[in-house]
Design a protein around this ligand. Structure first.
Ligand SMILES: [Zn+2]
Ligand SMILES: [Zn+2]
Length: 163
């Protein structure tokens, strides 16, 4: 996503507002898939203060993923604050996040890294999700199966055989 910051580079104290969308698509993170069906919205502004570009704004979007425990579809959202400052004169900033060519500041890298950082490591359909039965595979949130979940201690197995 490229921002034309020409007016900001020329005038100290000037600001450029932006309101755009970014296609995030399908992200794979820690074995989970985050499917952004709609593009995420990126809004904010760039301001120049003493040779420093101040970036503020937000990234918002919604995704569909799966419960880590039972696999059911779970909807979630991102609402990330953008709050960055880069020095436009030294161009001493992370090229993974910012690319400045002429008056165009590309912040695609920054958006990507902020989105990745915000994805949850663990996602549950509900806090007390019981998951699936390890034997018959039924959803234990909805049904109670008759599977035997008792874990036998092998030391007692010998006693049972002797009976
Ligand atoms: Zn679940
Ligand atoms: Zn079962």
């Amino acid at each position: 996503m490229k921002l034309n910051i020409g007016p900001v580079l020329k005038n100290e104290g000037a600001a450029v507002e932006f309101d755009s969308t970014v296609e995030l698509g399908r992200l794979e993170y820690l074995g989970n898939t985050f499917d952004f069906k709609e593009p995420a919205r990126v809004t904010g502004r760039v301001r120049s203060i003493g040779g420093t570009l101040e970036l503020s704004g937000s990234i918002t979007g919604r995704y569909v993923s799966a419960c880590d425990c039972c696999g059911k579809a779970v909807e979630g959202g991102i609402d990330i604050a953008i709050d960055e400052a880069v020095n436009s004169e030294t161009e001493d900033f992370d090229p993974e996040c910012f690319v400045l060519s002429g008056t165009a500041l590309d912040i695609s890298g920054l958006i990507n890294s902020l989105v990745w950082e915000s994805l949850p490591m663990r996602l549950l359909c509900r806090e007390d999700c019981k998951g699936l039965c390890s034997i018959c595979g039924c959803d234990l949130n909805e049904t109670v199966c008759n599977c035997d979940h008792t874990v036998y201690d092998p030391r007692f197995a010998i006693l049972r055989e002797q009976r």
